[in-house]
Design a protein around this ligand. Structure first.
Ligand code: URA
Length: 297
């Protein structure tokens, strides 16, 4: 007979495998409206008036985000058989994504310092990535730095350590920084999404929209002079540009921070450079350009 601790280890590694394979939600016998649950929790945490104001002031351009739940017709009959006639929830109201985003915006805006913003994120339950991530990956480096890097989302090593860019791509980023005479004490590093997506999948548009108010506030609070977007995803999400990274990289743009236009540039993501080392030549140009921007007038 197996020792109970062996059983536990097996269950743990099976669960880890599921998470790594991208399975981030478990199905029970009856349906659970998770969005309704998080709405109730958020309603308890925030003042009712704030939620109403946020709903009314949600920007019109907010993209329509598809629900991640599969359409009923797409579910094979044998999978739905057991819950063929589920009990109807007493309150069938479904929280629109807009409302979660508005609540994220409210909470991010209320943070008066980076410490408060981190605490807000630790308490925030509106993003399902938090359920599978081991740690919040908030930031690394120097909050007083003039240079800020923004990546897309943490990977496995970052999730384990709770710090951005500490895996292989982070080591490459450190080498690139050192090539222009800088290190993490002269830069601040964060991600658009602060929780690792299971199996390192791309964050969904919904997850990204929910996390965006927090990274926007984080940029405001750091108030850097130069922002470097690592990879197309972070630049597209925060600058709204639609070009691919090949076209976008190396071009100076402006990112508005509290009424000030901050110099911003996109460059290849270090993970891409690890796969395509020849492109390091172009990144090198970008880093030289970053160095002269920092030393310029
Ligand atoms: N890739 C990212 O975009 N961010 C990290 O923190 C690590 C890898």
């Amino acid at each position: 007979m197996q020792h109970p601790s062996e059983d536990l280890k097996n269950i743990e590694s099976l669960l880890e495998f599921y998470v790594d394979a991208g399975i981030d939600c478990f199905l029970g016998d009856s349906p659970v409206d998770w969005t309704e649950l998080s709405r109730r929790k958020a309603a308890v945490q925030q003042k009712p008036q704030a939620a109403e104001v946020a709903r009314q002031t949600a920007p019109a351009e907010l993209p329509r985000i598809e629900s991640r739940a599969p359409a009923p017709a797409a579910v094979p009959a044998q999978l739905t058989a057991r819950s063929a006639s589920p009990a109807k929830p007493s309150n069938p109201a479904v929280i629109p994504d807009r409302e979660v985003v508005a609540s994220a915006r409210d909470q991010a805006a209320s943070a008066a310092s980076l410490e408060e913003l981190r605490a807000c994120l630790e308490a925030f339950d509106g993003c399902n990535l938090k359920l599978t991530a081991k740690k919040l990956v908030f930031a690394d480096g120097n909050p007083e730095a003039r240079l800020m890097f923004v990546g897309e989302a943490p990977g496995r090593d970052e999730d384990l350590q709770g710090k951005p860019f500490v895996g292989r791509s982070g080591q490459l980023l450190d080498r690139m920084l050192s090539a222009i005479g800088l290190d993490r004490s002269s830069a601040y590093i964060a991600n658009v999404v602060p929780w690792r997506p299971p199996g390192n999948r791309t964050p969904t548009p919904q997850e990204t929209e929910i996390c965006k108010p927090f990274i926007r506030r984080q940029i405001e609070l750091v108030n850097p002079d130069v922002i470097v977007f690592l990879g197309a995803a972070s630049a597209k999400n925060l600058l709204g540009v639609q070009d691919g990274i090949r076209k976008m990289r190396g071009r100076w743009m402006k990112y508005p921070v509290s009424g000030r236009d901050v110099d911003a540039i996109a460059t290849y993501h270090p993970a891409y450079l690890l796969r395509s080392p020849l492109e390091k030549r172009l990144s090198w140009r970008d880093f030289l350009s970053i160095r002269s921007k920092l030393s310029g007038p």
